[in-house]
Design a protein around this ligand. Structure first.
Ligand code: SAM
Length: 356
């Protein structure tokens, strides 16, 4: 297509989220729906979110990892602010959450209900702020290097035209040991060129979805050496016209964890190390799940690979684990592929989720 006639995808996305959609009922696929059922605790917190904010929630996953108290968090593409407000509660009055979005109509809803949430949480000072900006140009808004413990994003990176710029900035903005925890939409093959500028397919988070192996290459290239897949579930394209457009293409929502730590090895190697979760993270007394492979039951020694040992020691999880052994004697391959993207359905998903 003639460059002059090509739609500007940023304008299209702003129009879609600022004008076309009024609530998640207007969506044509399940891409912007959260398939993972929230825990009772999170359900309770959701009950305190203002109704207008909830109505304009278009996330595809839960971006509420464990051990959040006191953290500084950045939400890329925060929309009307539901995740910012949930995280505001979870970091507590000594933490801080910054939401960035480029669509003024979404940010207006977020800002309109700031006092409501701070009052409900009993905070004397707001612990959130919202910035209107393009997440592909985060270097322009003066956020210092290594200034966040955690970066979250919920169904947004697929909408970015320059996804590499988003991941590179995330890597720059994270403190050592920090984490990018984000839910997004992926495709099982590269999306054909002719579909990539369709405004509805793009706005619905399908046309900009990355082929998952391309995403993994990009994540490693910017320095997230060991992407960790946590959950995945298929997206239903419910609209018959869109179904016809996408043909054989299949889409999945997935939550990845990208930790920023040094010394990672390319493979998953066995040094005979074990990790024991102490059961001391609030709301997670029994177990925590790092990814598809590693579920740590409190008090039980769990075999870990060298990279998992390094990650646990470097991250905010360090005080909650006891690591046994070191990497002085190599015992061969650990026997998992850490970034595996099997995209079989998770038994734990697909039930009890919500579209708003
Ligand atoms: C699917 S909605 C998700 C919003 C929010 N995370 C939620 O869960 O409700 C996508 C959001 O990303 C924002 N967005 C898309 N591309 C962006 C970009 N390049 N820079 C900033 N925001 C962007 C849109 O304005 C929209 O609010």
């Amino acid at each position: 297509m003639d460059k002059q006639l090509e739609p500007n995808m940023h304008d299209e996305v702003q129009r879609y989220y600022g004008e076309t959609l009024e609530s998640s009922d207007d969506l044509k696929t399940t891409a912007c729906c959260t398939a993972t059922a929230p825990s009772d605790y999170i359900r309770k917190l959701l009950g305190d979110i203002h109704e207008e904010v909830s109505r304009r929630y278009y996330g595809c996953g839960l971006v509420l990892p464990e051990a959040l108290e006191g953290l500084r968090i950045l939400d890329l593409g925060c929309g009307a602010g539901q995740d910012v407000y949930l995280l505001s509660r979870l970091v507590g009055p000594h933490g801080h959450v910054t939401g960035v979005d480029m669509t003024p109509a979404q940010l207006r809803v977020a800002n309109d209900h700031l006092d409501f949430h701070m009052e409900r949480y009993g905070y004397s000072e707001p612990n959130v702020d919202f910035i209107e900006a393009n997440i592909e140009e985060l270097d322009l808004i003066g956020l210092p290097d290594a200034s966040f413990d955690l970066i979250v994003s919920n169904c947004v990176v697929n909408l970015a035209v320059d996804k590499g710029a988003v991941l590179r900035s995330a890597q720059r903005l994270l403190k050592p040991g920090g984490e990018m925890y984000f839910s997004d939409i992926y495709a099982d093959r590269r999306v054909p060129e002719e579909l990539t500028t369709d405004p509805v397919l793009y706005g619905e988070c399908l046309a900009g979805a990355m082929y998952w192996n391309d995403f993994l290459d990009m994540a490693r290239e910017v320095g997230f050496a060991v992407p960790r897949l946590l959950t995945n579930s298929p997206v239903d394209v419910t609209d018959p016209e869109l179904q016809q457009c996408v043909g054989e293409l299949r889409f999945y929502s997935a939550t990845y964890r990208l930790f920023s730590f040094s010394g990672a090895e390319t493979g998953s190697e066995n040094y005979g190390q074990m990790a024991i979760y102490q059961g001391s993270i609030p709301q997670h007394p029994d177990q925590i799940r790092l990814d598809k492979h590693f579920i740590f039951k409190a008090g039980e020694p769990t075999p870990i690979c060298g990279n998992t040992s390094r990650l646990l020691k470097a991250s905010r999880f360090a005080p909650f684990f006891h690591i046994i052994g070191d990497d002085s004697v190599h015992l061969g391959a650990f026997g998992i592929k850490e970034d595996q993207f099997p995209f079989t359905e998770d038994a734990s998903e697909g039930e009890g989720g919500r579209c708003c």
